[in-house]
Structure formats: structure tokens, C-alpha cells
Design a protein around this ligand. Structure first.
Ligand code: GLC
Length: 543
């Protein structure tokens, strides 16, 4: 049993996202794997995190880097075996680290047995009812059944040999499942139990708002979608997660559900967090928020206000495997993130020292806010987005389905640099094959080994910050209050127990409020003043 098994750990946890292909390569094939992760569990323990979220590790043809699952109850051979996954879960737990796995319910792989059966059994067969197969429009059915577009670009329908079309909101290799079918529901409920029985503490639910579809599959204008939307955030979707919550609650200790819910409407977002649905969901408003005091304060207030009525804790997220890395984003003139603007912002001028300075300050801001925090692998090393990957190396379907106009997400998925020894900056053992995505040569200066011994490194900042966060009873879940401070564009707030966080987003240094002790600063202070793009954690007099 972990220390806080009896507490609602998901309300305050620091969760580290492992992207298995790119974390550490144990067998030398240039692709990360479970052996690599197991060998680095000590690193994650020393970092001070409470849980690991693993991006998909299931058997997959990797058309979308594992988010195209061929078998939800096994491990892809490139990563290892189910027995190794069980060992990894147990070893992590012995180190006090929980495991969250990534379940992809909206779609499976076109190599999944169900889809293969649906192809083989043809139109009108029960196997086709598990997906969205339809005849085409036009005289010979040569036109897709409706005008829906794939999120990755291009149309959302692909025609099969017998003339029918199937729906895929993502890549053609990711057919959408029909959640109106009881067999789909029963199957995923069983998959949840399969992993919960193996000691998994929680699941991250991929594309969670998209599973329910308008059964009429009507055309619509994406610029002015009808209400309800044909496939996003339909009311029916909530029943799926109510059923999952009952399963999660039937375990001892109870398991947690964490939703990937991209919605602009914070009230609609909070519905997923009602007490009989998910426990938490990723805060993408915060992830996309520009480095701007008013915008950030507005985002924090809106987050807290929308979560309070449902009693759910907030989460704070700066990055993941789908978005531009933080030091790059914050180093640009335009510091927000939006998928739709990735192409326009790609390879614009980036000031990495400024981005890094801001990312350091943002780390302290994020870790001081109330609720749980997520850290995407490599953020603790201050890795930049790799923007100059050669076209032939890119793998993301986003890139190919947009005719190579959108660079896609490969630039944040480049394997981690670990050390000066071994192949691929220590990602692979000596003699290993080239990494599946090439690493920049400059990453020799950003390795985890080098940073571990450097008091000024990003890694040391994160380690220290996680340690302070763990020791401060007022951090994690609980109240916060803004402090009145006589300076514009400064965020200052208090947490219980005489803790304050002050972040300077203005154009010049500012005076600190009265304090007793400096607990941690993201950069050296300027004679007692807080420099630009710097955050500080203070012990302040208790009220
Ligand atoms: C989620 C994942 C993303 C994936 C998509 C389709 O957004 O985070 O990586 O491509 O779902 O599964």
C-alpha cells in the first residue's frame, strides 16, 4: 500500500507523462521500451513524481504512434511483454509511483480483430455494426457518406473494396467505434478491469469527448457547427464514463479516471468532472494560455470557478506529446498554443534563453497552483521543440494528411538525451541503432546526467520544486488567494501555511512582498527584487 492510498491521491499528484517510444531504449533498436523505462525508474523517483502516465503501449501498427490500438490487452513487442509491464507496474509501486495507462476508446486500429472481421464479413454483417460503415453518396456510391473532415486533415471517410465507407475522425488507420453498440461498451469495461486487476491506478481517456456520434451523420459546417455537435461533447457521452466510474470505484483502493477533453466551454468541460464521472481532466486552457499575467490570472480564475461547483480538483498542464514544447512556445513573440496555428508558428524566430527563463518561472507557477500537475517527459530537461526534422524522418499522420503543410507533432517527440555515453545521447545503449527520430547535436549539452550535477539546471529546479511541493502541506489540493501587490503584470498568490508564489511577467524588476524566507527562485534575485520572467516561492508571515 502506498502512503496516500487512503487519500484521494489524484487531487494533488504530480504526474509524469512517459511517451514510451522516446523515453529510454533498453534493447538498442533506437525505439524506447519497457526495459529502458524500468532502468530509469530511479530517475523518476529522484525527480519526485507521484505517478507515471504511459502513452499507449499496446500492440499497434503505429500509424498514430500507438494511438491506433490493435489489441488492448497486450504490449507491443517493440516495447516488451505483458509480463514486463506487470513487473514495471509493481516496481514503480515499490518506489511509491503509481501507474496510469492510456485507453483509446474513440477508435481502434484498422488491424484490430474487430475491424478485420468487419472487412471480411462485408456489408450488413453484425461485425460492421461495431464501426460506422455506410454506403457512399453519388450515383455509384463514389462520394463519402457526409462532408466530415478528419482532425488530422483530409476527409473522415475511407472506402473499402466492397464499396462501403467507414468513418475515422483521425487517420484512416483509426476506424471510429460505434458506442451505441452494447458490445463496444462491454468490451471497454472489460479492458478497464483487465488493467485495474494488474495494479494500474488510473486511466487517461483519449479523445474522451468524441465517442458519441449523431447517428444521422448529417453534413455540417465546421465553422458553425450545430448544437449539439455531431461528434463532440454530445450529452450521451457521459453515460460511458458513469459506467467506468462505477468500475473504478469498485476497486480497493479506488482507481482514477482522467479525461482528455478539449473543449472551449469551461462549464461543459466541468460536466465531465461530476462526482459520478471522471476524477480529473487535463487543463488545456492553461496549456494554451500565452505568457501574459492577465491571461494567466483569468485562466486560473476561470479554472477554479468551473471546477468548484462539481467539487473536482484542477489540473495544471504546460505540455504533452501533441503540442509545441514549452521553452520554444515561450520563446516566440506569440506565446500561446493552438493546434490550428501550429503551421503558422512553426520555425518563426525563437529566443530559447527567454523561453527557458519563462519555462522555469512557469514551472514554479504551475507547481504552486491548487490541484494536480502534469509534466511531459523532457520538460524537466528544458528540451526545445525540434523544428528542423527532415521530412523523411517525420512520422506524424498530421504531417502527411495535411500534404506536409502542418509540421505535426514529431518535434516534441524526439527521444530524450540521457548521457554522454551510449548511443543517441544515452537514449540507447552503446552500439544501438539510430534513434527513431534524430536528436539535435546540441542535446549533448542537455543530458539528464549533466543536468543532475548542475545546481542551475532545469532538472535541478524541477527536483527541488517537487521536493518542496511534497513537503509543503499547503500545496497541492486546497485553497489559494491572490495577494494584493503594488505592481502590474505580476501574479502573486498565497497558499495555506504561509506560502506565497510571485511571478513577474512585467517589463522590469519588482519589489517582493514582505517575506520571512525564500524557499526557491527560478532565477537569482536582483538585490532583493524579482527580475523579469522570474518566479519565487516565499515563506510569508501567517495571517
Ligand atoms: C489524442 C492523443 C493524440 C492522438 C489522438 C488520436 O488527442 O493525445 O496523440 O493522435 O488522440 O488518438
Amino acid at each position: 500500500m502506498l502512503d496516500d492510498d487512503t487519500r484521494d491521491w489524484w487531487r494533488h499528484a504530480a504526474i509524469y507523462q512517459v511517451y514510451p517510444r522516446s523515453f529510454a531504449d533498453g534493447d538498442g533498436d533506437g525505439v524506447g521500451d519497457l526495459a529502458g523505462i524500468r532502468a530509469r525508474l530511479g530517475y523518476l523517483h529522484d525527480l519526485g513524481i507521484d505517478a507515471i502516465w504511459f502513452s499507449p503501449w499496446f500492440p499497434s501498427p503505429m500509424a498514430d504512434a500507438g494511438y491506433d490500438v490493435a489489441d488492448y490487452r497486450d504490449i507491443d513487442p517493440v516495447f516488451g511483454t505483458l509480463a514486463e509491464a506487470e513487473q514495471l507496474i509493481a516496481e514503480a509501486r515499490r518506489l511509491g509511483i503509481r501507474t496510469i495507462i492510456d485507453i483509446v476508446p474513440n477508435h481502434c486500429s484498422d488491424r484490430h480483430a474487430w475491424f478485420q472481421q468487419a472487412l471480411a464479413e462485408g456489408p450488413g454483417s453484425p461485425a460492421r455494426e461495431l464501426f460506422w460503415f455506410r454506403p457512399g453518396r453519388g450515383e455509384h456510391g463514389e462520394l463519402p457518406p457526409n462532408d466530415w473532415q478528419s482532425i488530422f486533415g483530409g476527409r473522415a471517410w475511407t472506402r473499402v473494396r466492397d464499396g462501403e465507407w467507414y468513418l475515422h475522425l483521425f487517420a484512416a488507420e483509426q476506424p471510429d467505434l460505434n458506442w451505441d453498440h452494447p458490445r463496444v461498451r462491454a468490451e471497454f469495461e472489460d479492458i478497464l478491469r483487465f488493467w485495474f486487476d494488474r495494479g494500474v491506478d488510473g486511466i487517461r481517456i483519449d479523445s474522451a469527448a468524441m465517442c458519441a456520434k449523431d447517428p444521422y451523420l448529417a453534413d455540417f459546417d465546421p465553422a458553425a457547427p450545430p448544437e449539439p455537435h455531431p461528434y463532440s461533447d454530445r450529452d450521451e457521452v457521459h453515460d460511458i464514463y458513469r459506467a467506468w466510474r462505477q468500475i473504478a470505484d469498485s476497486y480497493e483502493p479506488k482507481r482514477a479516471l482522467i479525461g482528455e477533453v478539449w473543449l472551449g466551454d469551461t462549464e461543459r468541460f466541468a460536466r465531465y468532472l461530476r462526482s459520478d464521472e471522471m476524477h480529473t481532466a487535463f487543463n488545456f486552457d492553461f496549456l494554451g494560455c500565452p505568457w501574459d499575467a492577465k491571461a494567466l490570472r483569468g485562466c486560473v480564475d476561470a479554472t477554479l470557478a468551473s471546477h468548484a461547483p462539481v467539487g473536482a480538483p484542477s489540473t495544471w498542464v504546460l505540455a504533452n506529446h501533441d503540442v509545441t514544447r514549452t521553452v520554444t512556445r515561450y520563446g516566440r513573440a506569440d506565446t500561446g498554443f493552438e493546434h490550428a496555428l501550429r503551421q503558422a508558428r512553426h520555425q518563426v524566430h525563437t529566443d530559447i534563453p527567454t523561453g527557458t527563463r519563462r519555462a522555469r518561472a512557469a514551472a514554479l507557477l504551475t507547481l504552486a497552483l491548487p490541484g494536480a500537475v502534469y509534466l511531459y517527459q523532457g520538460e524537466e530537461l528544458g528540451l526545445p521543440e525540434v523544428e528542423d526534422l527532415p521530412d523523411h524522418a517525420r512520422q506524424d499522420p498530421f504531417f502527411f494528411r495535411t500534404q506536409k503543410t502542418d509540421p505535426g507533432r514529431d518535434g516534441c517527440r524526439v527521444p530524450l538525451p540521457w548521457s554522454k555515453t551510449g548511443a543517441n545521447h544515452g537514449f540507447s545503449p552503446a552500439g544501438g541503432a539510430p534513434a527513431w527520430l534524430p536528436q539535435p547535436t546540441e542535446w549533448a549539452e542537455l543530458t539528464a546526467d549533466d543536468q543532475a550535477g548542475d545546481p542551475d539546471s532545469m532538472l535541478t529546479l524541477y527536483r527541488t520544486a517537487f521536493a518542496v511541493r511534497g513537503a509543503e502541506p499547503g500545496l497541492g489540493d486546497g485553497p489559494m488567494s491572490w495577494l494584493d501587490i503594488d505592481a502590474a503584470d505580476v501574479l502573486a498568490f498565497a497558499r495555506p501555511g504561509g506560502f506565497a508564489c510571485v511571478v513577474n511577467l512585467s517589463g522590469g524588476p519588482v519589489e517582493l512582498p514582505a517575506y520571512e524566507e525564500i524557499l526557491l527562485a527560478s532565477a537569482p534575485l536582483d538585490g532583493g527584487r524579482l527580475p523579469v520572467d522570474t518566479a519565487v516561492w516565499l515563506r510569508i508571515p501567517k495571517e
